[in-house]
Design a protein around this ligand. Structure first.
Ligand code: NAD
Length: 287
């Protein structure tokens, strides 16, 4: 049986530390850190993520400047909202909840967020800082994966890490973060031949694909660390449930370490968003 990488427990620990930091700021008479999550349309999964983020803000004492826009909102309206938030001194972090409705150009909108308020680290300036190994805001999900591996003291130096998925949100930044910790990194994707064999060569295997239970035991080297980023809803109505990209029960017998879904990477993502907001607050206040 694999040991569990418990993202839920680590997220709770980090959130209570972050709440203490916020309390210390306000006790000094400083304003609270502020986060604005912009949501467009009514995608139920996105709405649930936004609610989680707002709840975390409330728990930590972070001021929430969230805005909700109808699905048919014009690009100029969103651009103006972002411009206003860029100027608003109470706001340290801005996040546009993805995916956006298809008439909106998410890249163009994300590029309008000021890099110093780019809470999900997706602005080219922050991605460039990541490539160069400079400090900057880093994408929450891959940063959460790294923090989880660090918490359990899992060695990365010289290890072979295989990241399945090459998105700008998860796969690519995670590969760079693993590289910065001296792992030897392979990025696999939908066009990779014999994906199972590539994955079997991994000491650390990360699945960030969005395919329910793609990773079965024949993808896993015995004793590997397996991180499941995927969140997939399967089934209908009251019988539906969330599963990851890893067939948890089967892989559990083969991996040495494994993240559950839910309770693994998901809670870390929300926590790293809070972490980024406070990091940005400190930078902006010169602390
Ligand atoms: P994406 O759709 O942008 O990227 C998916 C990647 O998987 C692509 O690079 C594609 O090449 C690759 N891929 C697709 N099919 C494949 C296959 N059969 N074999 C190998 N590679 C394949 O998705 P994303 O935004 O990177 O998200 C990936 C998953 O992670 C989704 O399930 C998403 O819901 C989840 N996610 C979870 C969190 C979290 O907090 N836990 C955060 C973000 C995304």
């Amino acid at each position: 049986m694999a040991e569990i990488l418990n993202g839920k427990a680590l997220a709770q620990k980090m959130q209570s530390e972050l709440a203490q930091q916020v309390e210390a700021f306000t006790a000094q008479g400083l304003r609270s850190p502020g986060l604005a999550v912009l949501m467009v349309g009514d995608n139920p999964a996105s709405a649930a993520y936004v609610r989680n983020k707002e709840r975390a803000c409330q728990t930590l004492g972070i001021a929430s400047f969230g805005q909700q826009f109808p699905a048919d909102t014009a690009p100029a309206t969103l651009a103006q909202a972002i411009a206003d938030l860029n100027q608003d001194d109470r706001v340290d972090g801005i996040l546009v909840q993805l995916p956006l409705p298809s008439h909106l150009d998410s890249v163009a909108l994300l590029n309008q967020i000021h890099p110093d308020k780019d809470a999900d680290g997706l602005h080219p300036t922050n991605l460039g800082r990541l490539v160069r190994g400079e400090p900057g805001l880093q994408s929450c999900t891959p940063a959460g994966v790294m923090r989880l591996l660090e918490e359990y003291d899992l060695p990365l130096k010289g290890k072979h890490a295989v990241v399945v998925g090459r998105s700008i949100l998860v796969g690519k930044p995670l590969a760079l973060m693993l590289l910065a910790q001296d792992a030897t990194v392979t990025i696999a994707h939908s066009q990779t031949p014999d994906l199972a064999a590539v994955c079997r060569s991994a000491d650390i295997l990360v699945a960030a694909v969005g395919r329910p239970e793609l990773v079965t035991p024949d993808y896993v080297q015995p004793g590997a660390v397996v991180v499941d980023v995927g969140i997939n809803r399967v089934g209908e109505g009251s019988t539906s449930k969330l599963v990851g990209d890893v067939a948890f029960a089967a892989v559990n017998d083969r991996a040495a370490w494994l993240t559950p879904v839910p309770g693994g990477v998901g809670p870390m993502t929300v926590t790293m968003l809070m972490y980024n907001t406070i990091w940005s607050y400190r930078q902006r206040l010169g602390m």
